[in-house]
Design a protein around this ligand. Structure first.
Ligand code: FAD
Length: 339
């Protein structure tokens, strides 16, 4: 494992409630590390509806998902949280000497005196096509769900599957550098910006992009994780082989509770059961807030997650600073650290 990061509170999930928990912990002088599977902070607000206005955030008659996330980031900033993004928390264990040890999918270790699980509906991940030998092709990078560096696809034969903005935008972007771009979609209509769809269709007419419609992914062919062909099929069973070095599959994101189910926390229908007064879970020192937390009367709303963040921070304080009295103060009295 890589070197360990030590902190007061490890927050699992950088959605709106995880971000606000940084502020609430910070006001009580507790430092936080925030870990999220996504490459960006903001949870559902950022990943699912960045441009949609939210109407029930107190004090904001309307605020777009992305704007709320930016405000929460700004509010947390004075407390200098460490964000570990693009990695999933895979394991959470109690240490003998007290506190907790978390391990991420990048094999890092985070040690914390207390943990706040703000994991929403679970970790975001790509929807995977049901194809043979997928893990081997994923491991080699032949099959991908996002493109980190466009240059890596220069001169390659790329098959792009999906009918949304990601598929169309990457087809347009890669046609200039890839050897061949084939877009596979199961129906003629794309759910993407009309202007981009028109550009893609024009490029197809000029022979710069191949459109394989109405086809679906059928099988992967190759050896040792190296892709040679992607096999396509229509619903009627007509098959077609497309030579390919890479398959980019853009079928959207889904959420799954994932490893959290294995940490010994009391669960109820894929949610973590908490005491509503403290957000304490069945394991002392681990608190759960936001969409993942459940109790009688729970509302899955951002504003309720904010209040849970405050309750969890106050309940955690004695574990981080044992024996130290916590005098309740208003933020107006105390102020936040100067930047
Ligand atoms: P999330 O936003 O779900 O964030 C959780 C994060 O935890 C995710 O980023 C996930 O990747 C990460 N995570 C999970 N497991 C792990 C792990 N093991 N390791 C690392 N990271 C992990 N609410 C309102 O109050 N008002 C609205 O108007 C409203 N409109 C909505 C509209 C839509 C279309 C949707 C989908 C939701 C809406 N909601 C609304 C609900 C609101 O978005 C959620 O209540 C809110 O996002 C919950 O915040 P959270 O921080 O608890 O979890």
């Amino acid at each position: 494992a890589h070197a360990a990061v030590s902190t007061d509170v490890a927050i699992i999930g950088a959605g709106p409630t995880g971000l606000f928990a940084v502020f609430e912990c910070g006001m009580l002088r507790m430092k936080c590390v925030v870990i999220d599977t996504l490459e960006a902070i903001g949870g559902q607000c950022a990943a699912l509806y960045p441009e949609k206005p939210i109407y029930d955030i107190p004090g904001y008659p309307a605020i777009a998902g992305a704007d709320l996330v930016a405000k929460l980031e700004q509010q947390a900033e004075p407390f200098a949280p460490i964000y570990l993004l693009g990695r999933r928390v895979d394991s959470l264990a109690q240490m003998q000497e007290g506190g907790f040890e978390l391990r991420t999918s990048k094999d890092e270790v985070v040690r914390a005196k207390a943990v706040i699980v703000a994991a929403g509906a679970g970790a975001f991940g790509p929807n995977r096509p049901p194809l043979n030998d997928l893990p081997a092709y994923e491991a080699s990078g032949a099959v991908r769900y996002m493109v980190a560096r466009r240059e890596e696809l220069r001169g390659k034969r790329v098959v792009i599957a999906g009918g949304g903005d990601s598929a169309v935008d990457w087809a347009l972007s890669l046609k200039d550098i890839a050897k061949r771009v084939t877009v596979v979609h199961r129906r003629p209509k794309f759910r993407a910006a009309p202007e981009s769809v028109a550009q893609m269709e024009a490029a197809a007419e000029r022979g710069e992009i191949d459109l394989a419609i109405p086809y679906q992914l059928h099988a992967l062919h190759g050896e040792g994780g190296e892709l040679s062909h992607v096999e396509l099929a229509t619903l009627k069973g007509e098959k077609r082989m497309v030579p390919a070095d890479h398959l980019l599959a853009f079928f959207g994101l889904s959420m799954e509770l994932g490893p959290i189910a294995n940490w010994g926390l009391g669960l109820e229908r894929s949610h973590v059961v908490v005491n509503p007064a403290t957000c304490a879970t069945s394991i002392p020192g681990i608190h759960a807030i936001g969409d993942i937390a459940t109790y009688q009367g729970k509302l899955k709303l951002i504003l309720q997650g904010f209040s849970e963040a405050a309750m969890a921070a106050h309940a955690i304080h004695p574990q981080v600073f044992p024996g130290e009295a916590l005098h309740f103060e208003y933020s107006t009295t105390k102020g936040v650290p100067a930047e």
